[in-house]
Write a protein that binds this ligand. Structure first.
Ligand code: G2I
Length: 467
């Protein structure tokens, strides 16, 4: 696997190198590839790395049957730091007959992502589509139990491994009515099925974010107003909901709405995260690129926009392949849309250090490390460790960062991380371009920590060893 390995220092541009890593080491590398141009803007070289530096993720829908294709896996592993199983967690795949669960394909996607320190979105627990026939044949009370059991089995199997679940998907009708969509759940259990699903989900995995996900809700309209009213009601009554997913499937008949950002913001103002969950935009060239730019800029402008997932790695396997809606073409080449996304991400404001306290004076020889938090969101923060050489030059450094559970490191940049078996201790060593430090010179690496309910614990640094 190839990844871009670049050092990052405020106010100083450093050299850029492409490095091939042995598989075991590469597997421990999360989004990588950053180069700094200044203290506030930096030019990362992959989508995931650039998003991570801004406290966000950039993910892709993943199909298990393509993981064995080298080009697919390379593109996935290089560019993206969040994975959503495209079909493998759906009801027809996971519980094709009642009480008999299949997790094989979904497990492959989860372990592929988690093995690289990447996050996973669970998609989806309760949806009218890709629903096996047996579900539609149940009575109301049997369906209620079956729904609770399905949620419980999936969320138990993946407990602690899923960043956010699409608990309920597409429960509202298109058009101007704002009504609920007819489905076995709606028709037998009534409006309360959504609340029931969210309450059940929270009881099974209290650390996973629980999302409502839908399409044609990307701008303000009757459908998004209906979802908005539901989320507002849930927040008022204490029904557990943490996030709203905006699928964002766009084409000429359904372009990026002019009020896209405002719509994301009004949901965020209800006290939920917003996530762009299934982005694709049919088209090509500059027009497509410009639409992608608008979506990325909208997310970056909304502080509770946690990240963006595109609905596939390559046009080749898109559900709308003929519309070439993704950022890599059918041969995994970067399209203008890719460049537009990366540029928009890189132009986003890099959080400034929250404190200007200088690191302690360097000892003779060796190196020192100091920590500062650089930005905080409701659910996560970015930390930065400055590594400074002592009075003699060094050619490499290693230190450790220990986090307190349930906090979890979800992304890193500007170093080579490995984890102990508990996952609590990250050993970070220099990458190929930031190990050489002149006497007294410094470099830095960074990471994102998901707080998972613990907002007070601070990462602890080990000592710095130099070579
Ligand atoms: O339709 C686009 C998306 C809308 N939001 C919810 C998403 O879950 C949905 O994803 C699509 C997948 O991208 C398709 O891959 O959902 C479709 C089904 O509703 C998926 O298509 C299905 C085909 O219909 C099946 O024939 C096929 O067996 O994919 C299956 C697996 O390849």
């Amino acid at each position: 696997m190839i990844y871009d390995n670049v050092s990052r220092r405020y106010h100083r541009v450093r050299s850029f190198a492409r490095t091939a890593l042995p598989l075991g080491l590469a597997a421990a590398v999360t989004a990588a590839g950053l180069v700094a141009l200044s203290g506030t803007a930096s030019a990362a070289s992959t989508l995931g790395a650039s998003a991570a530096e801004r406290g966000r993720y950039f993910g892709a829908a993943v199909a298990a049957n393509h993981l064995g294709e080298a080009d697919y896996a390379n593109a996935l592993h290089t560019e993206f730091n969040m994975a959503t199983p495209e079909n493998e967690m759906k009801w027809d795949a996971t519980e094709p007959s009642q009480g008999s669960f299949n997790f094989g394909n979904a497990d492959r996607i989860v372990s592929d992502a988690r093995g690289r320190g990447n996050r996973v979105r669970g998609h989806t627990l309760v949806w009218h589509s890709q629903l096996p026939g047996w579900v539609s044949g149940l009575s109301a009370s049997a369906l209620s139990s079956a729904m609770n059991n399905h949620i419980t089995q999936l969320m138990t199997h993946y407990r602690g491994q899923i960043y956010a679940w699409d608990v309920v998907n597409e429960a509202f009708q298109d058009g101007g009515s704002g009504a609920r969509r007819s489905s076995p759940f709606q028709d037998r259990l009534g409006n309360g099925f959504i609340e029931q699903a969210f309450r059940t989900a929270r009881s099974v995995d209290p650390n996973a974010k629980l999302c409502y996900n839908d399409y044609n809700t990307d701008g303000q309209n009757a459908k998004s107003n209906a979802v908005f009213a539901m989320v507002q009601d849930f927040k008022n009554r204490g029904v557990p909901i943490d996030c709203v997913g905006f699928q964002s499937h766009f084409n000429s008949a359904s372009p990026v709405p002019s009020d896209y950002q405002q719509n994301l913001q009004r949901f965020a103002n209800l006290g939920v995260d917003v996530q762009i969950t299934e982005l694709d935009i049919e088209g090509s060239g500059t027009a497509q690129a410009n639409s992608y730019t608008r979506v990325v800029n909208a997310c970056l402008a909304v502080s509770r926009c946690a990240g963006i997932t595109v609905w596939g790695v390559t046009d080749k396997y898109s559900w709308r392949a003929s519309g070439t809606p993704l950022v890599l073409d059918g041969n995994y080449n970067k399209k203008p849309a890719y460049t537009a996304v990366l540029t928009a991400l890189n132009n986003g404001t890099t959080p400034p250090p929250s404190s200007t306290t200088p690191p302690p004076p360097p000892p003779p020889g060796g190196c020192t490390v100091s920590y500062q938090e650089t930005q905080r969101w409701p659910d996560r923060y970015n930390g930065q460790v400055t590594v400074r050489a002592g009075s003699t030059a060094i050619t490499g450094w290693t230190t450790t960062v220990t986090i307190t559970r349930p906090q979890q490191i979800s992304a890193t940049w500007n170093g080579n991380p490995t984890w102990d078996s508990s996952g609590n201790v990250m050993t970070m060593r220099n990458n190929s371009s930031n190990g050489n430090l002149a006497a007294g010179a410094s470099t830095s690496f960074g990471f994102t920590v998901m707080m998972n309910g613990n907002s007070t614990a601070v990462p602890r640094l080990g000592s710095c060893s130099a070579s």
